[in-house]
Each structure stands twice: as structure tokens, then as C-alpha cells.
Write a protein of this length. Structure first.
Lengths: 346, 155
């Protein structure tokens, strides 16, 4: 009996500690313009404006305005496609192709093209999902096919690292060897700067990979504690399937894959030493999403859990910015362009 | 026995069917699948911005190869086409890579990653006016300024 009590005591204490955190709504931003497409990234730029990418359309938002920039086209201030974007010093780096970066700088309240950078690339595909520029390196997360040793298997890398202003081919790390072709390249990846490391997370794994800036290798991998409602990704997801040109069926599968398990929807660093991970609950009882707060300095302990129906976008000065109703393009409740600002009450 | 009137009707129906088959087979189907290019009218730009008629580039060559592609086409297909072009160039043929893209600095940046290939730019407007292709990249073989063969490059 004593042993049983001793084993469940940490969970009781942890649970008590988790539920003492709540959110207070402090402000709402409303915009007339409606942007279609899924939010693929969101962050604050160097001057404090929120940058949200809806599908392939980046938009600058603040309390008063929402201004789309880098619209579709081949002109200098336009792009034909957008894989991902990230901060690049004081500017923004927009990946029009996996090796073509259009740098946009802020002028007159919007972003205009400044220069184009090219990275070296081989002929095999790279399914780029997320990018980060940190301490002189571009970190590109996705699925890079390195070689096909046999027709039914391949060697891939989850991360490629390119040194700024270098013509080197880049370093491939987090390798997976001899895997069968599937559609896991659709899985979102998250990259975060954290002191002398870059944190790497995949949408379907509650794991943090710490990538050392000095060694450009994975230093350690931490398995995060998951709450009881966490629903793992079914194994039959992302298997290879011939859609025979039926694009609609493929889009339905993409939606099912994104919504039917506790996929990570966003990850941010909160107050320097906490990791805020938002996951889907796949339940309507408490909220569509749950924000899990992990203490990076204290053994990655789960310190807080908050249920809500809004999509986590970014954090600034202790305030968290969310998109009302979830992710437009995935959640039917995210109809309006409305941003809610919350403060965490400890 | 069939009456003369019935026979006339049958001949009319049969003729109409033949016309439909002809239209579908040789006009509609060809428009969808075939490739055509008006070499004589196309003007391309060198990477320094100067313009030249495509026909002038190939007029002194018995045999020439042209690779046409857009920057957002399948990258593996583009590199496969460029590799073929490099090999043909080494064999002594005139080879030209034409990028269909409106922004010349973009074409220049792309071209810097490949050595030994002569890159040129073609505007999208000219592509719509003078080229009909259901797919890019496409590699053309020209003999005496006439297209004698073409191949779409796929994986």
C-alpha cells in the first residue's frame, strides 16, 4: 500500500501543479480581411510585428493592420511558391524553392525584396517543411532524400545545415537508412533557437532533439511526458498509396492525418526557459487543443497544462498570441481573422 | 431491301460520324498532346540582358539541342535535362538552356550553380505566344533550324 502511494504521489503532485495555470484574455485583434489556407508558420519579427503565413501567403499583422506581402508573381517583390520562411537577422528569409531564398526587408510598414541567396543542392528531392537561421547557419527541416540503394527503400536526412555565405553542399544529419517510401514528408517539423542549441521536434513525436551549434550534431534527445489524453499517430498513417490522380482524396487524407491524433500544432519558447507545446486533444470535452508547458531547466518536467480552442501562434513579453477557433483550412471554427492575446496567470 | 431514302440517311449519318472522328483524332487530340514552337519568332535574352533571335543562334549549326524549362519545374527533371545538355555539348553540338521566367536576376542566380551550360531567358509572354507544350522541361533537337524531335523529361 505504501509502495503504491509512493508511486502515485508524484503524479498527484504533478497533477495539482499542472492545473494551477490558467489563461486570461487581455486583448483581441480583429481584421476585415480573410486569408484562406492553413497557417504554416507564425512568429514575431525583429520590430514586433506578427508574421503569419496562410498557405503560401505571408501576412504582416499588428493591432491596426494586416498587410499581405510577397504576393504571387515573378517580380522582385513577389514569389511563385513558398515552402517556408524564417527570420534572417533583421530581415525575413522566404524559401521560394528549397535552395532559393528571397530575402525581404522592412520598408514603409511592409516587406520588400532585398536580395536572393542560393544554396547548393543535389538533384534528389528535398521536402522542406521548416527553416531557422541561427548563429550563422540555415537549419532546414524536412525530408531530404540522400540516395535510393534499392527501388523500394531510401536513405533520408531529417535536417540539413548550411553555413551562411558558404558554397558548401550542407551537412545532412538525423539520418534514416533503408526506409520504405511513404508520405511522412507531409509531417510538420519545428525548429527553435535555444542558447547553444537548436531544438527540433516532429509533429508526430513528443521528443526534443537538441542540436549542438558547435558540433552540428544531435547532442541529446528527450522524450517528453505526455498527458493521458495524448493520442499517438496510428501506424497506418502516411503509408504509400496510389491516388490515381484523385487529388481530392489525397487532400482528405492530409486533413485526416493532421486532425485524427494528438499532432503538435506549434512549439514556442516561453519566458526563456520553458517549452510551450500545443497539441490536438482530438476531443471536444475540454478544448480542441492543449498547451503543455515544460521546464527546460528543471529536467523537462511538465509544469502546466491549459486547454483551449485557439491555435497558438507566438509569444512576446509573457503574452501568448492565438488564432481564434484553430487553424483556418483545417478547423471549421476558424472562420474569422481574429487574434486573441492571453496572459498566463500562475 | 433498304429504300433509297433510308440509304441517303445512312450515308449522311456515316459521313457526319467520319467528320467527328477526324476532328477528334487530328485536331482536338493533337492540340492537347503535341508540342509546337515557332523558332523563327522567338527572341531570348542572354544573362547580360542583350537580346538575340533564337533562329540566329542556331543558323550556323547543322544540329542543335534546346532545353526549355521553368524554375519551379521538377528539380530532378531539370538537372537531368541539364546533364543531358552537358553531355551533348561535350560531343560538339550547339546546346542552349532556356529558362522561361520573367525575372532575369533569378535566372542568373540559378545559372551560377551550373558550369559549362549556355543559359538564356525567355519571357512568359513569348512562351505563350510561340510555344505550345503540355509539359516542361522539354528538350528539342533541331536540324537546319527545324525541330526534328522533342522529348519531355520526367523522372
Amino acid at each position: 500500500m505504501k509502495r503504491l502511494f509512493a508511486s502515485i504521489l508524484p503524479f498527484i503532485l504533478l497533477a495539482g501543479h499542472i492545473y494551477c495555470i490558467e489563461l486570461k484574455r487581455v486583448e483581441t485583434w480583429n481584421f476585415k480581411q480573410i486569408y484562406k489556407g492553413q497557417i504554416i508558420s507564425s512568429f514575431f519579427d525583429s520590430s514586433g510585428d506578427l508574421i503569419i503565413t496562410f498557405g503560401i501567403q505571408p501576412v504582416l499583422l499588428n493591432k491596426n493592420n494586416s498587410i499581405p506581402f510577397a504576393t504571387f508573381g515573378q517580380g522582385p517583390n513577389e514569389i511563385t511558391h513558398l515552402y517556408t520562411l524564417c527570420k534572417y537577422n533583421e530581415d525575413l528569409a522566404l524559401f521560394e524553392d528549397v535552395n532559393k531564398i528571397k530575402v525581404f526587408t522592412k520598408k514603409g510598414g511592409t516587406y520588400l525584396w532585398k536580395e536572393t541567396l542560393w544554396l547548393r543542392r543535389d538533384s534528389l528531392p528535398f521536402f522542406l517543411k521548416s527553416a531557422l537561421f541561427y548563429k550563422g547557419y540555415f537549419f532546414l527541416a524536412g525530408m531530404k532524400i540522400l540516395r535510393f540503394p534499392a527501388p523500394d527503400n531510401m536513405d533520408t536526412a531529417n535536417l540539413q545545415i548550411f553555413e551562411q555565405h558558404s558554397n558548401s553542399p550542407g551537412k545532412s544529419i538525423m539520418l534514416e537508412v533503408g526506409i520504405k517510401p511513404d508520405r511522412q514528408y507531409e509531417i510538420e517539423r519545428f525548429l527553435l533557437p535555444y542558447k547553444d542549441h537548436v531544438l527540433y521536434l516532429k509533429q508526430n513525436e513528443m521528443k526534443i532533439h537538441f542540436i549542438s551549434i558547435d558540433k552540428l550534431e544531435v547532442d541529446k534527445t528527450i522524450q517528453l511526458f505526455t498527458p493521458t489524453f495524448y493520442r499517438s499517430m496510428p501506424k497506418n498513417f502516411y503509408i504509400w498509396k496510389d491516388y490515381k490522380g484523385n487529388h481530392r482524396e489525397y487532400l482528405i487524407d492530409l486533413e485526416t492525418w493532421a486532425m485524427s491524433y494528438s499532432a503538435i500544432t506549434n512549439v514556442i519558447i516561453y519566458k526563456n526557459d520553458h517549452l510551450m507545446v500545443q497539441i490536438r486533444t482530438c476531443s471536444q470535452e475540454n478544448g480542441k487543443f492543449a498547451i503543455l508547458l515544460y521546464d527546460l531547466k528543471n529536467n523537462y518536467q511538465l509544469e502546466g497544462l491549459i486547454f483551449l480552442n485557439d491555435l497558438l501562434l507566438a509569444e512576446r513579453d509573457g503574452y501568448i498570441y492565438c488564432y481564434k477557433g484553430g487553424n483556418p483550412g483545417l478547423d471549421d471554427t476558424a472562420e474569422r481573422n481574429e487574434i486573441i492575446i492571453y496572459r498566463i496567470i500562475d | 431491301m433498304l429504300s433509297e431514302k433510308t440509304l441517303d440517311y445512312l450515308i449522311i449519318i456515316f459521313s457526319a460520324l467520319l467528320v467527328c472522328v477526324f476532328i477528334f483524332r487530328f485536331i482536338i487530340k493533337d492540340n492537347q498532346k503535341s508540342f509546337s514552337i515557332n523558332v523563327a519568332k522567338i527572341t531570348i535574352s542572354r544573362l547580360d540582358g542583350t537580346q538575340i533571335k533564337l533562329v540566329d543562334m542556331v543558323k550556323n549549326k547543322d544540329e542543335a539541342y534546346i532545353l526549355l524549362f521553368r524554375l519551379n519545374d521538377c528539380y530532378s527533371c531539370i538537372t537531368k535535362g541539364l546533364s543531358d545538355l552537358q553531355n551533348l555539348s561535350k560531343s560538339g553540338y550547339e546546346c542552349i538552356a532556356i529558362v522561361i521566367h520573367d525575372c532575369l536576376p533569378d535566372v542568373k542566380g540559378f545559372a551560377e550553380m551550373f558550369s559549362g551550360i549556355s543559359f538564356h531567358q525567355l519571357t512568359i509572354k513569348e512562351q505563350y505566344e510561340y510555344i505550345h507544350s503540355p509539359y516542361f522541361p522539354v528538350i528539342l533537337s533541331l536540324k537546319n533550324k527545324r525541330v526534328v524531335n522533342y522529348r519531355f523529361i520526367t523522372l
